[in-house]
Design a binder for this molecule. Sequence first.
Ligand code: CP
Ligand code: NVA
Length: 308
Amino acid sequence: MSHDDFLSAGDLSRDELVDLFRLAREMKDDRKKYMDSRKGMTLAMLFEKPSLRTRVTFHTGIIQLGGAGIFLGPSDINLGKRESVFDVAKNLERMVDIIMIRTFAHSICTDMAEYAGIPVINGLTDLEHPCQTLADYFTMWEIQGELDGRRLTFVGDGNNVAHSLLLMGARLGVNVTVATPEGYEPDPAIVEAARKDAGKSGAEIRVLHDPQEAVDGAHAVYTDVWASMGQEEEAEERKARFLPYQVNEALMGRAAPDAIFLHCLPAHRGEEVTDEVIDSEQSVVFQEAENRLHVQKALIYELTQDYG
Ligand code: CP
Ligand code: NVA
């Protein structure tokens, strides 16, 4: 893999993704093998939004590779207010080896990558959540094998997670369907980019409004919160609008019999997903969450080949 940064789910080719999955699998199977392969490396973790999984898996991952993580929360840097993105990048590139950033506008993440002469990883922006979908497709690959021709359906808001699922799925040859209420469709530019890639991989990309039709025959059913971080004020209004898009037993019943249920978490149980579904045999949400650790270790390892 010859990339400086990982900012978008569309950054990696199909072959690079499959190679990364193989490395993640190796790391998962034998944690000791890569222990200390990045001894002394430091990872700055910039968070402008809350996190459980991203923070813990990045921090644990860098420790398992022999390095150390430095957590910087919203009040530590106060990005763009206390100090510009440019100045933060120019400081950090002289102090640490790699940066992970979770922020609001995607442009903050791409600016950081442009200004910092060290690898930058997108740990979630308003536009994308590519580390999440690395773990999602890795989980699907682990459980269901070859991804080419599989069907994944995302039901809910056309948000950052949906965007990254579309872009990465198109690369991998996965037929991705997104079903949203009218007015909550994914960004047309992302859909177009995914369709362009799908033209090469043979995947089919669909954006629908009917959740039942969308889930019919799916091998993986995915949902996420109806109001993302930063949209808290819209949460109440969205609840009524999104109720027909709840993933419950009736909706899951339309998927393939061996379909898995995925959710990036945190989940709002009783809203976008019922307890019956998230706690069912088909649900692999905690395996999916654990896999953040393995794929991100593989990603850090690949992005820092020059280290040492
Ligand atoms: N899925 C995910 O990114 O979780 P956190 O927001 O807890 O990091
Ligand atoms: N779409 C959600 C994902 C959280 C991991 C959000 O942005 O809040």
